[in-house]
Ligand binder design. Sequence first.
Ligand SMILES: [Zn+2]
Length: 279
Amino acid sequence: MMNINKPTDNVIKVFEDCISNFEDETFKAKLQSISSYIQNSTDNYEIKAASNSLYSLSPSTDVNGIVTMKEMKNVYENKLVKKKQPGRKYYDKLKLAAKNRKCPLCGERTVSSLDHVLPKTKYPVFAVSPINLIPACADCNKIKDTYQPTSSDTEIIHPYYDDISDQQYLFASVNEISPPSLQFYIKTSPVETMIEKRLKVHFNLFELNDLYSSHAAEELSGIQYRLSKLHRSNGMASVQEHLYEEYQSQFMNNKNSWKTAMYKALSESHWFCNGGFLF
Ligand SMILES: [Zn+2]
């Protein structure tokens, strides 16, 4: 659930670089003939992605009836992904764009490869379009493969188009029993907005509560000693103040990280601040 700046490399430049060293001139000419079709389709992708309607693009087994899905897959795998091939520089650049090498889909695990937002097997026309290629961790990549949105509000968050950095959507609640644990959720308005609906779909699909809860459990163990010391010397108020400051610090860094949600929930739990941290 992290935004990444939209890539600026033009799809035709990427495509033409990728196919530049194919030795079979007939095959190369066939690929060159779909250049403008790829450009037009990618322009249309831009419009759809910006209006929450990527789901409405029709899948296809070929590109404009000329190049097959397998042939486009070949371009992607052998010219963009493969090391020392002419498209590899774009692959590396897109992968490196992830902040702190973290997967933008979960915001937590390390990026392992590029993932097609619209899969290349169903949308071969976007096989090498930079705006359809996002860095992702292996787990999110695998989960996303099985997912097909059917409407605007069931689309997952697109890291290049959906910027959620201005507002806190991710929250947590403390299970006030020993040992304490945290439950994460997307907080929604009384009438859910489009982004809230999509965040909920995204959060559930990638099983982010499980992921964040387990990290939070480890964090709780790690802060126990410090909180005990604070509680012993200055009482509950100092524990609360410390947790609130930590929340503010995390909030300034990333409003939608699990740590921001966690420290907010902990600082607001009287039970936790008054000794619930001991377990
Ligand atoms: Zn991930």
